[in-house]
Design a protein around this ligand. Structure first.
Ligand code: 1QQ
Length: 370
């Protein structure tokens, strides 16, 4: 009897350190396009988020806090995005939300988080206007088209020396429209003549009429603002029509799906990117090694989503609080965080700030243009 009592006391003492280390679970909601026209991006984003949560929990940097990702499908639509945000805000009571995948969805969902005081981290919204403008709870890791495209066009022009452009863009999506506006003004600023402008919509699969009209004007370059499913078809059909010149795309092109779908036609396609995947900086090299060990080949969307979790974790560390207010307070302090995207900071308007790069499809792969 006495021995049994001693034994139970010993067990209790042995358990004490475990109890003292009891961890608070901090939930991060991720509204990602797992279905619909942006599904190619969502799959990569999910991989990045899960890898980052696992890595941060393992590292022990957030003492007493365990991150937990709650991933839901926004369906690439506003309606589903709104339903997911409502669940995150009211039912899961998340400390922060990553997503939604499309800018088009973000315009509809983010006002809900702003009203409820829940921090949102956009990791793939690149429409220049109207995202972080929604309010002080909306932050963005992904560089906008305005931060990437003018530089990409200039770098491409230095290499290729084009003087005229044919422009094609999706007219039913906030990102493709926003990207188009940036392309138009960048071309004008460079003195490149736009010889024709054509549009399409997300459900379209045949672009022959638009391309035939554009190519009749003999542009030196085709400049395209499209999500990847449309982008792949446009690139393939332009080559089928005999066009051999350069094609420059916006952020929608930044998916390996473009090369998978368009095959050889994608060779020579140029695209500005937020991620210099060959960067030798430690933040990037450590990340590449981690993803390699997981057997996952990351794209830009995976990497930005990974950084989305990293900035939330850093904000919790800086404020010492895993709450909604704590995350926001930490964002205000965050500066020069070492990430796979390079040293990351938020600008005053809550948009992200780090160096972009330009890539070109060569030998069936995105290669960084040096
Ligand atoms: C946006 C985008 C899309 C291409 C990627 C998800 O950048 O909607 O803003």
């Amino acid at each position: 009897m006495r021995i049994a009592r001693w034994a139970s006391l010993l067990v209790a003492v042995a358990l004490l350190p475990g109890l003292a280390r009891a961890e608070t679970v901090v939930k991060i909601g991720a509204a990602l396009s797992m279905t619909g026209p942006a599904a190619a991006y969502g799959a990569q984003q999910k991989a990045g988020i899960l890898a980052a949560v696992e890595q941060i929990n393992k590292s022990g940097t957030l003492k007493g806090v365990k991150l937990e990702a709650v991933v839901e499908d926004d369906g690439s639509t506003k309606e589903q995005g709104i339903a997911v945000f409502q669940r995150f805000i009211n039912k899961d009571k998340v400390a922060a939300i990553i997503g939604p995948t499309l800018s088009n969805t973000a315009y509809a969902t983010n006002p809900l988080a702003q009203a409820a005081g829940v921090p949102v981290v956009a990791v793939s919204n690149t429409a220049p206007k109207g995202i972080t403008d929604i309010g002080e709870w909306i932050w963005r890791v992904s560089l906008t088209e305005a931060q990437v495209i003018p530089g990409a066009l200039k770098a491409a022009q230095q290499k290729l020396g084009f003087k005229s452009a044919g422009v094609l863009y999706g007219n039913d999506d906030a990102f493709t429209q926003g990207g188009y506006a940036v392309m138009k003004s960048a071309l004008e600023a460079m003195g490149v003549k736009t010889v024709g402008t054509q549009t399409f919509a997300k459900p379209d699969r045949d672009y022959n009429a638009q391309l035939t009209q554009l190519l009749a004007q003999k542009p030196d370059i085709l400049v395209v603002s499209a999500l990847v499913e449309n982008a792949s078809g446009i690139v393939a059909q332009a080559r089928q029509l005999g066009y051999q010149g350069p094609i420059l795309g916006g952020n929608g092109f930044n998916s390996p799906k473009l090369i998978e779908n368009a095959g050889k036609a994608a060779e020579g396609v140029l695209v500005g990117t937020a991620w210099n995947k060959v960067s030798g900086e430690k933040g990037n090299q450590d990340y590449l090694a981690l993803m390699k060990a997981k057997g996952h080949e990351p794209d830009q969307f995976c990497t930005q989503a990974y950084v989305g979790v990293e900035v939330i974790a850093e904000a919790i560390r800086l404020s010492g609080k895993g709450t909604r207010e704590g995350v926001k307070a930490g964002f205000l302090k965050l500066k020069g965080l070492v990430t796979p995207l390079g040293k990351f900071s938020f600008q005053q308007n809550r948009d992200g700030d780090h160096a972009p790069a330009v890539q070109v499809v060569k030998d069936g792969k995105f290669q960084i243009m040096q």
